[in-house]
Every structure is written in structure tokens, then in C-alpha cells.
Design a protein around this ligand. Structure first.
Ligand SMILES: [Zn+2]
Length: 193
């Protein structure tokens, strides 16, 4: 038995949700170092800066019928570096930038726990992916997890979905099904629009 919960929010409107359930496809995507420039324990919305290719890549997944679902570890909360509201402000800033680009997230989830808490949600565990997949009727066979860390590919592998590592071949984790250097390149290898 445990008392751990992670934070999650569905942001998509009703029409978009219908489309997602219709395709069953989801792109689970890490935040820091994948959607935005990685700044350790980011707690300031002004520090949110999209990585090159984030909008283009998300648009291609979105147009190919994928739900866009952020899955993030935010242990800065559990470690006492910043509070929940700060993490939510950073996420809101991210969503507003993505919205401007026409590619808003459909849902987001983050784990607020420190590693020492041994929670069931922190990546590389797959609880956040598992629960969001269930919530949005996502089909594991046609979904994937992308991120710049072995904890991302680890979580994707644990959830039984395809994994894509964003980074260099030299650092590619064993449980990555493929490696790309940008989000649009991930859309390329999947031959999306
Ligand atoms: Zn957790």
C-alpha cells in the first residue's frame, strides 16, 4: 500500500479528445532536455525556452493523430527546492508557448517525489504512462515514449511501448529502440506527415 500520487491534467478540448480516442496513438514526451532547454531544477517560467524543432515535431505528431502527453520527473519539489505552484507555473508557460505554435499538449503528468521516497511514479517506472494511457484510451502498440535520458526510455520500455532516445548514438541507452537528434527526426523515422 502506498500514499503516493503524481500530478496530471488533461488539457485537450472535447473534440481533440475524441480524435485521440479515435486513433489510440500517443506520443509520451519528456519535458526538460526534450521539449525545452534543460535547466536544472527549473522553477522560473521565464526560464522556459523551447528546443529547436519542438513545435515542428509536435505539429507533425499532432497532425498524424497522436495525443501529445508530457511525462516529467520534478523531484525539485520533493527535494524542497521549489513548490508545486512553481512547477505548475513553468508548465503553464510551456503550454502557452506550445499553444502559440499551434501544438499544445493534450495532457501532462509529473512526479513531484524525491528519489529517496521510492515512489511508484518516478521514471524509469511506468506508472505515469500506464495511467495516462488508460485515462485517454491509448493503444500501447501504436504509442511511443521519447526523451533525452535513460529514465525516459526505461519508462517507455517498462510500459511496453516503443522508445526513442533524443541524443547522441554514443550515449544511447540499451532500452532505446531508436536514436534521434531532434523531435522532427523522430517524425521522419516514423514517416509522419
Ligand atoms: Zn512519484
Amino acid at each position: 500500500m502506498n500514499n503516493f500520487t503524481f500530478h496530471h491534467k488533461v488539457l485537450a478540448n472535447e473534440n481533440r479528445l475524441k480524435a485521440i480516442v479515435g486513433t489510440g496513438r500517443a506520443l509520451f514526451i519528456d519535458r526538460d532536455g526534450t521539449l525545452i532547454i534543460n535547466r536544472d531544477y527549473l522553477d522560473d517560467p521565464d526560464g522556459v525556452e523551447l528546443l529547436p524543432g519542438t513545435i515542428e515535431g509536435l505539429l507533425r505528431f499532432q497532425q498524424s493523430g497522436y495525443a501529445l502527453i508530457m511525462i516529467s520527473n520534478q523531484s525539485g519539489i520533493g527535494r524542497g527546492y521549489f513548490d508545486l505552484a512553481a512547477a505548475q507555473d513553468v508548465n503553464a508557460r510551456l503550454q502557452s508557448l506550445l499553444k502559440e505554435g499551434g501544438a499544445p499538449l493534450d495532457a501532462l503528468a509529473f512526479c513531484p517525489h524525491a528519489p529517496s521516497e521510492m515512489c511508484p511514479c518516478r521514471k524509469p517506472k511506468s506508472l505515469m504512462i500506464d495511467e495516462l494511457a488508460q485515462l485517454l484510451s491509448v493503444n500501447h502498440a501504436t504509442s511511443l515514449m521519447i526523451g533525452d535520458s535513460h529514465v525516459d526510455t526505461g519508462a517507455g520500455r517498462a510500459a511496453g511501448i516503443q522508445t526513442i532516445f533524443l541524443g547522441s548514438e554514443d550515449n544511447c541507452p540499451e532500452d532505446a529502440d531508436s536514436t534521434v537528434s531532434s523531435l522532427p527526426e523522430a517524425a521522419d523515422i516514423l514517416e509522419l506527415l
